[in-house]
Design a protein around this ligand. Structure first.
Ligand SMILES: C[S@@+](CC[C@H](N)C(=O)[O-])C[C@H]1O[C@@H](n2cnc3c(N)ncnc32)[C@H](O)[C@@H]1O
Length: 291
């Protein structure tokens, strides 16, 4: 999977991501941010896509929030704006056009939101050093170790929260002989360049913890696996096709990958496919941040 993502894929994964996120880590994040004396919580969301991270976090964080949604894809940011308007109204809130963006207000929280088109591989978020929270969902497996080091170095004391990073583990039911080979090929593909240099890929949780710890952050990780049953048939289809495409790019036996995909799709057609895709959430707090 490259640094370009289509909105259909992000839509398919949003409810599954929402269910997968670690609740204890979210609660811990909310209590840390609530302890800040600032009237408004400033949040930079890196690789924001259509705004799923805001939809997941805003109701949990509560209070007054100021969001900057950054992505290199202008089309996704346009959709983010539309989706946030619809979502806020459906949640019983009110929406106003505001300072270069949107102003969302509900009973329990308000959010001023700006969309910023930016290639984060070359420039990190401007003003990030003044943020209370720097976040990015499903992002760290795409970035390189060097990029994360730069982020850690320039985050200016913000709390970092990166949920839903792929951890290299995939379980397929029913099991097939080729599963481990396909997983190995897919994981190798995931560590290729996704626009930020050699990607952390399936090593993202482990390597991110090492990097952030070495930059003086105290890290907490928790698992946030996807459990995909027949209810998630469309997501399974797209995911299996994506895995097979990536694996076949590196395979010296493409017939094996095609055969694997055909058997997987047949299981899905029979309503018998269950997948567990490993993810981990990371919360990193600068040392000495909490009183
Ligand atoms: C896996 S998607 C996650 C989107 C969103 N955070 C979510 O949870 O639905 C990764 C996002 O990173 C963005 N992205 C990838 N490479 C980027 C880059 N170089 N600069 C800025 N955004 C990038 C993509 O456009 C995409 O929206």
């Amino acid at each position: 999977m490259s640094g370009h993502f289509n909105a259909d894929w992000l839509d398919l994964r949003e409810p599954v991501d929402l269910a997968a996120r670690s609740v204890p880590l979210q609660k811990h994040l909310a209590s840390i941010l609530a302890s800040l004396s600032a009237e408004e919580c400033v949040i930079h969301d890196l690789g924001a896509g259509t705004g799923a991270n805001l939809r997941a976090l805003a109701p949990i964080l509560g209070g007054m929030q100021r969001w900057f949604l950054l992505d290199h894809d202008a089309q996704l940011l346009k959709l983010a704006s539309e989706r946030l308007v619809d979502w806020c109204i459906e949640s019983g809130g009110e929406v106003r056009e505001a300072r270069a963006g949107l102003s969302l207000a509900t009973e329990n929280w308000t959010a001023e939101v700006s969309m910023i088109q930016q290639d984060l591989s070359s420039t990190l978020s401007e003003g990030m050093s003044r943020a209370d929270l720097v976040t990015g969902a499903a992002l760290l497996d795409l970035v390189s170790a060097k990029w994360l080091e730069q982020l850690a170095d320039s985050s200016g004391g913000a709390v970092l929260y990166f949920p839903l990073n792929y951890n290299g583990s995939m379980q397929f039911r029913p099991a097939l002989e080729a599963d481990s080979k396909i997983t190995e090929l897919f994981n190798r593909h995931q560590s290729g360049n996704k626009g930020f240099g050699p990607a952390l890929g399936g090593q993202a949780p482990r390597r991110s913890r090492e990097i952030l710890t070495s930059y003086g952050f105290e890290c907490r990780l928790d698992e946030s696996p996807w459990h995909l049953s027949i209810e998630e048939e469309r997501l399974q289809q797209e995911l299996l096709k994506g895995i097979a495409n990536a694996a076949s790019e590196l395979s010296d036996a493409p017939g094996q990958v095609d055969g694997w995909l055909a058997q997987r799709m047949a299981s899905l057609d029979r309503g018998q496919s269950h997948l567990i895709i490993g993810h981990e959430d990371i919360l990193a707090v600068p040392k000495g941040y909490l009183p």
